[in-house]
Design a protein around this ligand. Structure first.
Ligand SMILES: [Zn+2]
Ligand SMILES: [Zn+2]
Length: 321
């Protein structure tokens, strides 16, 4: 696991097992994602797929540009895909029937594009939306069919459902529902089949419900949200409505709530716990670390657990097992 970025300005993590490489979320510009991958010694061209937790901007900023550039499939839940399409094409409203029709048309267009090798490719004139990064011109000859001059067009889309496992190459993936104010947000457990290694990502959740506690068992690496310090949030600069949102059951996990999970529910088996999605405004790395280490330290036998902090501005050292 390599966390390329974690926090409200962008999230992205690379999971590798054998020859399979998955990018979980694409919350930085395409250029920045590729730059950070190269920094940690990963070849962006070797990515097999992009997996999306939910449609918030800090998880999808570079999505369309990166997917088109690398021509790799994007895995979403259907609701998340639909919410994302709505977000990048805000002027179009569409009924569910129309949506299904659109998805079908896109499938056919993709099939045609694949069949007609040598199709004329070009980037859309305008990405139309501020969340689509300006580096769309990063490689003008790698793009999409002219017929699909649409900011929501992706080279391939695959759907998964929370609670239903699926596989990408050598990695088995178990998506689980998380409580967060998005269309259909998910966390993931990744199982490297040949090596019996399990890693999980659980960020962007208002609290830790029973299904998440169940999912986060028998892990070797856990990336867990430790978003804010309650006191800093309450005294901090956010407007009251935003504070309420962060604190709500569908907001973000506090240092105290993460620590509570580690103290009461965590089974203690992980080699490394990565604390992520730290708020730049309402948290300090030392506070997040202290809360987690105190919780772990309070439990005999868990001293072997290493706690590391994921950052916003730079990738974390790859965690290799
Ligand atoms: Zn979110
Ligand atoms: Zn987020």
């Amino acid at each position: 696991m390599t966390v390329l970025a974690s926090g409200s300005k962008g999230n992205a993590t690379v999971i590798v097992a054998g020859s399979t490489r998955i990018l979980v979320d694409a919350g930085l510009s395409c250029r920045e994602l590729m730059k950070r991958m190269v920094q940690v010694g990963e070849d962006p061209e070797a990515l097999d797929a992009i997996l999306i937790t939910h449609e918030h901007v800090d998880h999808v900023t570079g999505l369309s540009v990166l997917a088109r550039r690398l021509k790799i499939p994007v895995f979403f839940t259907e609701s998340t895909h639909r919410a994302w399409v709505r977000m990048v094409t805000p002027r179009s409203t569409m009924s569910y029937a129309k949506w299904l029709e659109k998805v079908q048309h896109e499938k056919e267009a993709r099939a045609e594009a694949v069949a007609a090798q040598g199709t004329e490719w070009c980037e859309p004139e305008s990405e139309g939306q501020h969340i689509v990064p300006t580096d769309s011109a990063i490689d003008p000859d790698v793009a999409m069919p002219k017929v699909k001059a649409d900011p929501a067009f992706l080279p391939a889309v695959e759907y998964f459902r929370a609670g239903h496992g699926f596989s990408i190459g050598e990695i088995d993936i178990s998506p689980f529902t998380i409580p967060h104010d998005a269309a259909d947000p998910c966390g993931f457990v990744f199982h490297a089949r040949s090596e019996s290694i399990r890693m999980a990502i659980a960020t962007d959740l208002g609290y830790v419900p029973p299904n998440v506690k169940m999912a986060l068992k028998g892990l070797d690496v856990l990336l867990l949200e430790s978003n804010h310090d309650l006191e800093m949030l309450k005294d901090g600069p956010y407007p009251w409505s935003v504070k309420q949102r962060v604190l709500s059951r569908v907001g973000h996990l506090s240092n105290a709530a993460a620590a509570e999970f580690l103290l009461r529910d965590y089974d203690g088996g992980a080699h490394t716990i990565v604390l992520g999605h730290l708020s730049a405004q309402n948290n300090l790395p030392e506070l997040a670390r202290l809360a987690a280490e105190q919780a772990i330290g309070a439990r005999m036998g868990l001293l072997g657990n290493r706690v590391v902090l994921a950052a916003q501005d730079a990738p974390l050292e790859p965690i290799c097992l």
